[in-house]
Design a protein around this ligand. Structure first.
Ligand code: SF4
Length: 75
């Protein structure tokens, strides 16, 4: 299991994470910021996810691509 958090207030909606890793990240329709897809949210928190290991590479790629480095990954 991979833990991922998004410091959502710092997101600038560059679209990189949800383009590279749409299985884990999506754009919130209300505030346009990145969030974890509902399936992997922890306690309904859009900023926190627990994601299966097979998606680790995709999450890391998305985190590396974030221009404001607001995606933090722990495994
Ligand atoms: S890559 Fe970073 S700035 Fe871009 S949408 Fe995702 S969280 Fe926001």
């Amino acid at each position: 299991m991979v833990k991922v958090t998004i410091d959502r207030p710092g997101c600038i909606s560059c679209e990189s994470c949800w383009t590279l890793c749409p299985d884990v990240f999506k754009q919130n329709p209300n505030d346009d910021l990145s969030e974890v897809v509902e399936q992997y949210q922890v306690d309904g928190n859009p900023a926190e996810g627990e994601v299966p290991d097979n998606l680790a590479d995709c999450i890391l790629e998305a985190a590396d691509s974030c221009p404001v480095t607001v995606i933090v990954v722990e495994d």
